[in-house]
Every structure is written in C-alpha cells, then in structure tokens.
Design a binder for this molecule. Structure first.
Ligand code: GAL
Length: 790
C-alpha cells in the first residue's frame, strides 16, 4: 500500500532576504503588529501555511534545483567555491491529502538539501539537518490536514557557509517525495539485507514503526524476486510493536545458486515487503563477495582485479549540483566507457540516485562521509549513510574521511576508532578506509602505537619519485591492504595546446599559490594544456600514476583525481577561471585528451588509438609540432599525407611522441598487434572553415543530452570554433542547462538556450515534460543550422 508521490514540480522559490516579517507571521495565532513570534506557539510559522497570499507571486521552480548556479559569476565571490554567491532561500510546496488518507502514516523524504535545512509543515517545525549531503525523512502524520485543506511544506536552505573547498551549490538539489504508508510501517532506509554470495543465504532485518496508540502484532512477510522477476524465496515473521514505538523484525531465507552481481554483469535481486498483506517497501540488492588482500589486492567474487577508479564531485555543466537521476546514470556510463570500474564519492555522502545507477550499471563505489567527528549530528550522518547505502552491492568501502589535519593526533585516533566501531556494528561486511595525505608512514606509525588502523590503508598522492613510499609502507606493514585513494593531481584543458596563443587568463592573482613547482613544463608556463605539464605540487603524471599501481600486485587500485572537471578550486589560476582542470573528462563529460590514455590502458584488450593535437596549424607551417599518441596497440605507425613517419613500439602503460613539421592535410596513426596486423587507426585532418552544426542525442529516461559540434563541410571538427549556438526546442521538453567545458566561461548556464562552442563543442541538457516528439534545432550566425528529433 505504500504510495510514493514525487514532489518535484512547481515549488515556490524565494530568497530569504525578500521574506518579510508579515509573510512569516501569516495565520499566526498570536501576531502583534510586526512581531513574528513563530517559536512562541506551535504552528505559528506563516511561510509554511498553504494559501499565504504573500507568497503567491513567488517564482516557480522544479526539483532538483541549485539556486547558486542560477546566479552570476563575480570576482567578489570566493574562487574556491566557484565564484558564485551562496545565500539563503526558501522553497514552498503545497500538497493534497484525501479524506481517506486519514489514519495513514505520512512521511516526507529528502535525498539532500544544501545545507543547514530547516523543514516546516503547516506552520510546525519538523526538523533540521546541518550537512548538505545527508538524506533524511520525517514522519509528519501528526500535523497533516485532509480533505479540502491543503498542506504546505516549507524548506529553508542556507548556503552561506561551505562544507568543502570547491563548488557546492545550494537548495533542494536532490529528489523529494511524500510517502503514504500504513499506520505500522517500515522506516525510510530501514531495510537491512545481508546476502551471502557463497551459500545464497539471506539475513534480513527490518525496522518497523507504529503510529498506533495500542500495542500491535505486525505480520511481516518478504518475497525475493530474481532478475527475471520470478519469486525465488520468501519468509514471514511476526513482531509485537509497542504503541508509538519502533521494533526490529528479522528473517532468514536461502536462494539456490544465486546469480552474482559483478561489474560486467550487475545482477540485481528485489526484496518486496508486506505488513499484514499490504505492500510496505521494496529494496534491490545483489549477491557478491569482496576481499582486500594485503599481498594481491582486491577480489570481487573471488576474481582478482585492480580498482580503476576516479574521484568524483557532484556537479555537471549547465545544472550545477541539480543533477537529475538520469544524468547521474549518463555520467557513470561515460566513465565505464573509459574502463573505469570504481568511483570515490569525494568528499561526501552521495546522491542515492548515483548509487542506484552504479548498482544497475556495474560500478564499484567507495562511499565517503563529509566530516569525521564525535558530535551527535556527525555520528547521525555516519549512521544514516551506512543504513541508507548498505544494501547497494556497488558499495565496497566506507571512507571515514579525507586528509584531516588531525590524522596524526590522538584526537584523530579517538574519532576514527569510534567511527569505525559505529560502522562495524551497522555493517560488518565492508572494510573501512580513509584517504591519508602528507607523511603518511609517520602517521600510520602513530596510529599503530595507539593500536588503531583502518581495514584498508588509503594513500593519497604518492607516485613517481615518491612511489617508493608504497613499498616502504608495504614492507613495514605487510598485513595491511593498500589502495591509492587519491592520485594523479594533474591539470589539463580540452583542446588547448601551448602552440595556441589563446585562452590564458589575463590576470593571475593566485598564480603563486604553488610557485614554479606547478608548471613542470617551464617553457610553457601559464598553460594548463592538453599535453598535461601542469600539476599541483603533490601531483604526478597520469602515466606514472597508473604504472606505479599496476606494477605493485599488493596495490588494490587507484582513484584518479578526478573523473570530471568540477566548479571551484580552479587551481592553478583562481579567478577568472571558474572550473577546475583536474578531470579526465571535462565538466560536460567530453573526453579530454588524457582520457584516451585511460581508455587505452584501462581496457587494454579492446584496441584504441588517439592522436593529438588537432591538425590546424596554418600559422606554424614548417614548424615542428609535438604529436602524441595514446594507444594500447603493440606498435604504432604515423603517416603524414600518406607518407610514413616511422613505426614505433608502444611502451606498456605509456604513450608515443613524434615531432612532425607542420604541413596541412591528414595525420594518420595506425596501430598493429604483435603479429604486425593492423588493428586500429585514427586520423586528424586539417579542418577548413566552420560551416555546419552537428547534433548527437543521448536519451536516458526523462533526460535528453544533446552534444553539439561545429564542423567543416566534410564533417571534420573545427577545433578552434567558438560560435554561439542558439537552441530552439519544440515539443514536450525544456532546457535544464547548457555547458561547454571552458574553465573561463562566465556565460549563464542554467536554463540557457544559447552557448558558445569551446574548441568546437558544447552541450545542452533537456528535461522531458511529457510524451511526444521533441525537436531540437541549433543555429548560429554563420553556420548552417541543424535539427534532430527525439
Ligand atoms: C587533495 C584534496 C582534494 C583536492 C585536491 C586538489 O589534496 O583531497 O579535495 O583539493 O587535493 O589537488
């Protein structure tokens, strides 16, 4: 009988600075002139009262919403958090409950509100949550109204302070839903399924809650369905639940020869729950085993594999942190294409929609908390994370923090030890880890002296010349599994090459943050070019990062910083840059050049080849151009206008380089297998003038992603094109946002119907609003327009 009502459409939105005392006091039972007195009597919060006439003209927004990304970029705002201003805002939503809903339990669930949220319903204060990354639910049964009278929920979000050091957005940026349940119900995230992949046994615990005023006996049953929907097991149990209290009921059952969940074949089972025969909840889970071995690394279902991981922040081009579930799925697919098999949710509790996508698509997850601590609020965040996420087969590690200065202090040991204990109690099946930086061997010695360690040792940034640290650590603590929790730290910009004298910021007020150390390629200082060459002082080349991991069997894997570019933390420049350059994909998910390195070596068995730069260097005729090739072929031969420039052996986990005097035409690379047979090839042709736009659509559920290219008359990408593209959408869809990956662009992106191309590419994201044909038309001043139907 659980009825889920998504609360996504038509919220009223207002900035807190425009909220008056009168608005707050509407319908207040004791209101004297200008005094609001909302806290003096129950139910006095006027904004959360349906029918408040003073809010009638507020703007309407849909959820997910990020009110910060709707603002304008400014040098006055902090560059670390994206040069966009935070602020405080209210969201209001009216909803109806029928007369026959009376007696049901009414629950409101929030997947995440950034941040310090306060929730009111029908004038009553309901709850608050400090972290912008936690999911939470409130039972609002006692304050609901039925029949003619509308209900209203008001959500206050305060994004004036930050929890991290990069862009975090603001508002109700993840899904919200109302759930009507029976008087005795299963609490939100109250299902705990422990599957045993070896035996097929299941131990299930379910937390019940009663809104009744008498003790009651709840008959709870559970049906397990396989991937094809066939019921494969069931179990039943009864449990007394005291009046207005909660209780836990357990089940045991067994499935014969369960199909295992894996990265290649992510098989999911479903558990459906009934209380007194009425549907009471549904949960997906999977059978799989994980193991971290201190000598041989990570095993999934007994099979040894390297974790080919990336760290991910939450935001995407065009939408900020308001990433709809289908876009989450698209981002995961994009990473899988590279051969990535694991993501780290750095540094926060993720959107549950992201984990659902990882379960469905076969992506492993290192699930991270935001802030370690002993405060009740922080311990609650940790407990809620584990309770919410422990049924996801994709989750393989709990990460208890990242680079905390207290990691080498007794306070750190105390906090981590207590947090580890909380996690173990709620989920004994997964190891804990922590992303440790600095002089980590010294820190570990300190932990050891205090008889504490994480189950899997997480090492941040120790590759290249410092990679012997891995060996020293392994020698000293041979029984500890080890993982590169954060690695790489290089910066690059899609399509930007140092031969190109464009796109360098005009001012470098923060350029000396790192000093010269950051520009390893001194000759080309100031370019965060596509060749790499720009690093944080703690960064390493992608080649050394991956090789250092591959050659050490004891390393379970590596998590590259980062999968996608993200807003804020715009090292090395600061303003006017507004997007970071750490990603292997840009903020729209377009491949940067470096992504082809990973695509080559993370999927070595599938031939891949890529050459850079583009081949449009008219102003450099005759000059040597540095050509790089990423490929997993045995040998590569380069041809310029049909003439061979030589064949070279491809060093494993590395790349090739040629210096090629520039002549316009075709630069082609051919990859050969060990028998000398051609297996793969690619070419860059000199593009002529931009003449047309080409559109490529990706439809995922209710989201349409349109990738846009500016091309010459032969369909070649024009690598310097920056035309402004104007999009017109007809049919049941609306634009959510537009992006182009340019770290320096200050164009408005949320809901924008226009965007300049950046090195020939841009993207718009559409939300479907109904069934029927959608047409997207793209036009630009000097280009032939283009149309696609979805
Ligand atoms: C790491 C940190 C990340 C990010 C990165 C930038 O030390 O854990 O959050 O700030 O540096 O290089």
């Amino acid at each position: 009988m659980n009825e889920i009502i998504p609360l996504c459409k038509d919220w009223l939105f207002g900035f807190a600075e425009n909220v008056t005392a009168e608005m707050m006091a509407y319908g207040n039972s004791i209101f004297f002139n200008d005094e609001t007195r909302i806290w003096q009597k129950a139910g006095n919060h006027g904004l959360s009262k349906a029918g408040n006439p003073q809010t009638a003209q507020w703007d309407k927004v849909n959820i997910p919403d990020d009110f910060v990304i709707r603002g304008s970029f400014s040098s006055d705002a902090n560059w670390k958090t994206g040069s966009l201003k935070g602020g405080q805002a209210w969201y209001l939503k009216d909803f109806e409950l029928e007369d026959e809903d009376f007696g049901k339990s009414i629950i409101i669930e929030f997947d995440g509100v950034y941040r310090n949220s306060q929730i009111f319903v029908n004038g009553h204060f309901i709850g608050r949550r400090l972290s912008g990354y936690s999911s939470f639910a409130y039972d609002i049964t006692d304050v609901c109204q039925y029949g003619k009278e509308l209900n209203r929920v008001a959500v206050f979000a305060d994004a004036t302070e930050s929890e991290q050091w990069s862009y975090e957005g603001g508002g109700i940026y993840r899904e919200v839903r109302l759930v009507k349940k029976a008087p005795v119900y299963i609490t939100s995230w109250g299902i705990d399924i422990k599957p045993d992949a070896q035996t097929g046994e299941l131990h299930i615990d379910v937390t019940l809650c009663s809104n009744l005023y008498d003790e009651t006996n709840a008959r709870v049953s559970c049906r397990i369905a396989g991937p094809d929907g066939e019921v494969v097991a069931w179990a039943e149990n009864s449990q007394m639940v005291e009046a207005r209290a909660s209780a836990v009921v357990g089940f045991e059952c067994k499935i014969k020869n369960p199909c295992l969940w894996s990265v290649e074949k992510p098989t999911l089972y479903t558990a459906e729950f009934y209380i007194n025969e009425l549907g009471a909840g549904i949960e997906n889970f999977g059978f799989r085993s994980i193991e971290f071995d201190s000598q041989t690394g990570f095993y999934l279902n007994g099979i040894n594999m390297k974790l080919k991981g990336v760290c991910c922040h939450q935001d995407h081009g065009g939408v900020g942190i308001a990433v709809p579930p289908a876009l989450q799925e698209w981002r995961i697919k994009r990473l899988k294409e590279l051969g990535c098999n694991a993501i780290r949710t750095s540094h926060n509790m993720p959107d549950p929609a992201l984990l659902d996508a990882c379960d469905r698509l076969g992506m492993l997850v290192m699930d991270e908390i935001r802030l370690p601590g002993c405060a009740e609020e922080l311990k609650r965040d940790l407990c809620d994370l584990v309770k919410r996420d422990r049924n996801h087969p994709s989750v393989i590690l709990w990460s208890l923090g990242n680079e905390e200065p207290l990691q080498n202090q007794i306070t750190g040991v105390n906090l981590f030890r207590s947090m580890q204990q909380i996690v173990k109690k709620l989920d004994p099946s997964r190891p804990t880890t922590y992303a440790q930086n600095g002089l980590w061997i010294d820190d570990i010695d300190f932990h050891e002296e205090h008889n504490f360690h994480f189950d899997v040792f997480g090492a941040n940034y120790r590759s290249g010349q410092k990679s012997e640290n891995y060996d020293l650590m392994h020698e000293k603590y041979p029984n500890w599994p080890m993982l590169g929790t954060e690695t790489f730290g290089g910066m690059s910009t899609r399509g930007l090459y140092e031969m190109d004298k464009s796109n360098i910021p005009l001012e470098y007020p923060l350029s000396d943050i790192f000093g010269d150390e950051c520009w390893r390629d001194k000759e080309h200082k100031w370019y965060a070019s596509a060749y790499g060459g720009t690093f944080t002082p703690w960064g390493y080349e992608i080649e050394e990062t991956w090789s250092d991991c591959v050659k050490r069997p004891f390393m379970a894997g590596t998590f590259i910083w980062t999968g996608f570019d993200y807003r804020g933390e715009t090292l090395p420049y600061g303003w006017p840059a507004v997007i970071t350059r750490f990603g292997v994909l840009d903020i729209c998910g377009f491949y940067k050049e470096i992504a082809h390195y990973l695509r080559s070596w993370w999927r070595p068995e599938e031939p891949h080849i890529f050459i850079m730069p583009h081949w449009n260097w008219h102003e450099r005729a005759g000059e040597d151009i540095r050509v790089w090739c990423y490929s997993n072929s045995n040998q590569v031969e380069l041809f310029l206008n049909g003439e061979s420039l030589g064949r070279k052996d491809m060093p494993k986990n590395y790349r090739l380089e040629w210096m090629v005097p520039y002549v316009a035409g075709e630069l082609k690379a051919v990859g050969y297998d060990p028998n000398g047979s051609e297996v793969v090839s690619t070419a860059r042709r000199t593009a002529s003038v931009p003449v047309k736009i080409s559109l490529e659509k990706n439809t995922l559920k209710d989201i349409i992603i349109v990738n846009t290219r500016v091309e010459d008359s032969f369909g070649e990408l024009c690598p310097r094109a920056d035309d402004q593209i104007i999009f017109k959408v007809t049919g049941p869809a609306e634009i959510l946002g537009a992006g182009n990956g340019n770290p320096l662009s200050h164009e408005p992106e949320r809901f924008s119907n226009k965007r300049h191309a950046y090195h020939g590419l841009c993207q718009i994201i559409l939300q479907r609003t109904g069934a029927g044909d959608v047409t997207v038309e793209a036009s630009a001043l000097k280009l032939k327009s283009s149309r696609i139907e979805v």
